[in-house]
Design a protein around this ligand. Sequence first.
Ligand SMILES: *[C@@H]1O[C@H](CO)[C@@H](O)[C@H](O)[C@H]1NC(C)=O
Ligand SMILES: *[C@@H]1O[C@H](CO)[C@@H](O)[C@H](O)[C@H]1NC(C)=O
Ligand SMILES: *[C@@H]1O[C@H](CO)[C@@H](O)[C@H](O)[C@H]1NC(C)=O
Ligand SMILES: *[C@@H]1O[C@H](CO)[C@@H](O)[C@H](O)[C@H]1NC(C)=O
Ligand SMILES: *[C@@H]1O[C@H](CO)[C@@H](O)[C@H](O)[C@H]1NC(C)=O
Ligand SMILES: *[C@@H]1O[C@H](CO)[C@@H](O)[C@H](O)[C@H]1NC(C)=O
Ligand SMILES: *[C@@H]1O[C@H](CO)[C@@H](O)[C@H](O)[C@H]1NC(C)=O
Ligand SMILES: *[C@@H]1O[C@H](CO)[C@@H](O)[C@H](O)[C@H]1NC(C)=O
Ligand SMILES: *[C@@H]1O[C@H](CO)[C@@H](O)[C@H](O)[C@H]1NC(C)=O
Ligand SMILES: *[C@@H]1O[C@H](CO)[C@@H](O)[C@H](O)[C@H]1NC(C)=O
Length: 438
Amino acid sequence: MKDLTSTIMTCGSHLGLSLLLFCSLHASEQTCPPKCLCLSDTVSCSFGGLVKPPLSLPPLLITLDLSHNNLSRLGPCSFDWMPRLEKLWMAHNRIGALEHGVFRNVSGLRLLDLSSNQLRVVEKHSFEGLPRLEELRLFNNRITQVEVGSLDGLASLERVYFSLNQITHFPFFSIREHSHPSLATLDLSSNRLARLPWEEVKALPRLVQQGLYLHNNSLICNCSMYTVFLRWNLMDYSSAKDFLNEHICRVGGDPKDLVHFLRNSSFLLNCSMEKLAVQHLPVNRSKRVVLEGTTVRLDCQTSLGGTGLLFTWRYTSERCINQPGKNNTLIRVFSNGILEIRAATVNDSGLYLCTAVDAGKALSASREVNVTVLSPAADPFSTGYTTLLTCIVTLLLILLYLFLTPCRRSSCRWPTAAYLHIIVSSVFLPSERDQPKI
Ligand SMILES: *[C@@H]1O[C@H](CO)[C@@H](O)[C@H](O)[C@H]1NC(C)=O
Ligand SMILES: *[C@@H]1O[C@H](CO)[C@@H](O)[C@H](O)[C@H]1NC(C)=O
Ligand SMILES: *[C@@H]1O[C@H](CO)[C@@H](O)[C@H](O)[C@H]1NC(C)=O
Ligand SMILES: *[C@@H]1O[C@H](CO)[C@@H](O)[C@H](O)[C@H]1NC(C)=O
Ligand SMILES: *[C@@H]1O[C@H](CO)[C@@H](O)[C@H](O)[C@H]1NC(C)=O
Ligand SMILES: *[C@@H]1O[C@H](CO)[C@@H](O)[C@H](O)[C@H]1NC(C)=O
Ligand SMILES: *[C@@H]1O[C@H](CO)[C@@H](O)[C@H](O)[C@H]1NC(C)=O
Ligand SMILES: *[C@@H]1O[C@H](CO)[C@@H](O)[C@H](O)[C@H]1NC(C)=O
Ligand SMILES: *[C@@H]1O[C@H](CO)[C@@H](O)[C@H](O)[C@H]1NC(C)=O
Ligand SMILES: *[C@@H]1O[C@H](CO)[C@@H](O)[C@H](O)[C@H]1NC(C)=O
């Protein structure tokens, strides 16, 4: 045992030709190392209390299990004598760093398990020379940094697990269709990712997006982020569908202000509705003719059903929609989508467009109502007296309307603060029982 240990130590310190020869010398030995269990092509040394990988191993070895040991450092000679090795298990050790090209001589490796160790950095050259590697497990380490290029050359990679680390940045741009054609699982969950380059994420190959796990991070709520997840959700990608409850973001980065953004749509208030929905259902058009002075209620019934819909109303003609100011009771939007215009005037005529958004399904549907408010003067049965009265009432209403309408032309573009205001009132306004029915 003593001479084996010293061999590794010399291998680690000098890299001369003579030492490589020394390494190969040991490769020819075919004894089963102490504390290991040797089968035909499998050697298990788990729970062996090993501090270094064993030296003498069968050369035709395919599976080597070194998990649950006390390995701390893998030197460049560690795996020089295992040309057939395909599966290397090293979970639950104390490995803190990988030297350059430590796996260069095990180029047939298909599975490499380094989970539950103490790695801090995934260096550019850590996994050099592993063109056949399919699965790489790095979860539950202390990784803070994944260097650019560290996954380059892993052309057969299908699954890579980085969860339960402290990663704050990931080089998404280095994952491309031509470099990683088979990559279908990229697990970055339970890390410390806060701001992601969402454009780069959207540019990832479809296969990767389908299996990109980002839940339980420290994501900062962001509309770009939201559109990405909505698309994944809509496409039924497991990356969004699974772990629905663990998809959280922090409003303004505040760790106390958490939003389950795939469950709670109130965060949407700050995003533009049109951007959010991925698929728009056809507009349901209808007409309403009402008499001046009456109360008009417009519903927002679309083909979208269910609860949790968000409604916004806008007035499509050039003119401003009345502001639902806190003390302005003339126009209100209720959380069930109903728009109420009290004491309608001729000037309230026009097109009203409601957009309902189902955040979870990333669907939006619109309803357009052409409202015509007839002044009673146009009524052929009205007498001169009622016409006069209507004129006075109308005049009063105009004054009231002008007085109560703070809206300016310039502030009425969509989406504006005014509309956000309407959304806000539709969300925080009365509970269902107070709401009018048509
Ligand atoms: C692992 O090695 C360290 C020293 O390198 C030692 O203190 C510790 O007891 C060892 N643990 C086991 C389980 O052998
Ligand atoms: C190990 O890798 C080195 C450098 O890549 C190479 O020179 C050497 O021949 C390899 N040894 C074996 C046994 O494959
Ligand atoms: C979330 O991540 C933290 C560490 O970042 C971890 O302790 C916790 O177990 C994770 N929770 C879930 C549900 O994965
Ligand atoms: C949202 O994220 C994108 C991409 O990371 C960034 O460009 C944008 O500034 C962010 N927006 C906010 C409001 O933080
Ligand atoms: C949704 O999030 C908002 C803001 O973070 C919060 O005030 C509200 O209580 C949440 N609603 C639910 C149903 O969790
Ligand atoms: C919306 O934006 C305002 C100001 O930019 C911010 O104070 C508020 O927390 C945001 N709300 C949500 C739910 O993101
Ligand atoms: C359009 O709206 C009307 C009135 O609310 C409703 O009866 C009808 O089902 C809607 N049509 C579609 C296709 O949603
Ligand atoms: C609404 O009216 C009440 C009294 O009627 C007043 O106290 C409150 O400040 C008003 N709110 C606004 C936003 O004008
Ligand atoms: C709305 O209806 C009125 C009268 O019914 C009609 O003159 C007008 O063209 C309609 N507007 C639109 C945009 O369809
Ligand atoms: C409608 O608006 C026009 C121009 O803004 C104004 O002249 C007219 O008096 C208004 N009529 C009513 C009934 O408010």
